[in-house]
Design a binder for this molecule. Structure first.
Ligand code: ATP
Ligand code: MG
Length: 344
């Protein structure tokens, strides 16, 4: 007899995206709806926490209704509700978690609180219901998780099994993109703006220094950011125009080379079968190109729309907990700080 498939509604509200999605068996996306607050926060050059939570309250019901409608499903068609429990902004997380609890209680469904970083990793397993199934990532694998708040190298020996190898000791990769974009007067969020500017520039125009760290799997991007700052200041002091495209391209090349080299070293060292690259920065074209063309390893990178925050990844990760019989009581709290390694 064919095993019954499991359909999970995922809810994500950890930062400035309100999202809901329905995913089957951890892989097949039936719907994925994202309401972005990017325009709201752009004038502040970053996320304004109180505004973020208040915006989540306004749109979350509609986002969830849209996700169910687009999946042609009702609550009775679901097997569980998954919600981002942390890490993230407390006030934002509370909106998603309380909504999820109310729904789980009403529909008498299990609820699963998911680590947002675990969600980013499981975005590599997802594909759209109307597209060709993707190959499933093979263990053991090295995962590079590069987002707005994290840069992590993780060894996964199986589902829900995370060994933290290293992480950033200062700025996360996405944060570095955002800060350097601000230095170059480019719009928020910085990653896409740097990528756009870099497309017109020469990646070898500046040789920005790469951090040398005693811990092989750690990252540091603050030195690179400071080198960009000094360069911009020197150019401005000599009354010349700042060559934004060349600086953006050289900075991007530096970040990509660091991320790529460390991931490859880790893959060799830990005898990985395959590699995953996930998180907002994995939307970066230069990074995707490096991982697709410069290595013989099979590299799984989510579709661009699944790199930044979404709820399909939360529903996807929740499936692997559900089949292990793991669900939460209704009284769980949000967890604004929650390292991924604790999940194992
Ligand atoms: N094309 C791109 N190139 C480089 N960086 C990008 C690109 N697109 C998005 N980013 C960066 O990705 C980050 C957003 O990613 P994501 O939504 O995963 O972060 P977050 O949820 O805020 O942080 P975290 O997941 O660590 O809690 C931002 O820093 C943004 O600048
Ligand atoms: Mg994120």
């Amino acid at each position: 007899m064919k095993k019954k498939s499991l359909r999970i509604l995922g809810i994500e509200s950890s930062c400035d995206e309100t999202a809901a999605a329905v995913v089957e068996d951890g892989r097949v996306i039936h719907s994925s709806v994202i309401a972005s607050q990017v325009d709201l926060h752009a004038k502040f050059g970053g996320v304004y926490p109180e505004l973020a939570s208040r915006e989540h309250i306004k749109v979350i019901d509609t986002v969830i209704q849209d996700a169910l409608q687009q999946a042609y499903m009702q609550l009775r068609d679901l097997d569980a509700i998954a919600v981002t429990r942390g890490p993230g902004l407390a006030g934002s997380l509370v909106v998603g978690v309380n909504t999820a609890k109310a729904m789980a209680m009403t529909a008498n469904l299990p609820i699963i609180g998911i680590n947002h970083l675990e969600g980013h990793l499981y975005s590599a397993w997802l594909y759209e219901a109307d597209s060709k199934p993707l190959m499933e990532p093979k263990f053991p694998l090295i995962a590079l998780l590069v987002s707005g708040g994290h840069s992590e190298l993780v060894l996964m020996r199986g589902h829900l099994n995370y060994q933290h190898l290293g992480g950033t000791i200062d700025d996360a990769a996405g944060e570095a993109f955002d800060k350097v974009a601000r230095l170059l007067n480019l719009t928020y969020p910085g990653g896409p703006s740097i990528q756009k500017a870099a497309a017109e520039g020469n990646p070898s125009a500046y040789n920005f220094p790469k951090a040398r760290l005693s811990e092989p799997w750690n990252f540091s991007f603050s030195g690179l950011k400071t080198a960009v700052l000094r360069t911009v200041e020197e150019i401005k002091a000599s009354n010349k125009d700042v060559p934004v495209a060349d600086i953006a391209a050289s900075f991007q090349a530096g970040v990509v080379a660091t991320l790529f080299d460390k991931t490859m070293d880790a893959a060799r060292e830990f005898k990985a079968a395959e590699i995953i690259v996930a998180g907002g920065v994995s939307a970066n074209k230069a990074l995707r190109e490096a991982f697709c063309s410069q290595t013989k390893y099979k590299v799984h990178i989510p579709a661009i729309s699944l790199c930044t925050d979404n709820a399909a990844m939360i529903a996807g990760a929740a499936y692997y907990h559900l089949i292990e019989g793991q669900a939460d009581e209704l009284n769980f709290d949000v967890q604004p700080t929650w390292p991924l390694a604790e999940v194992a």
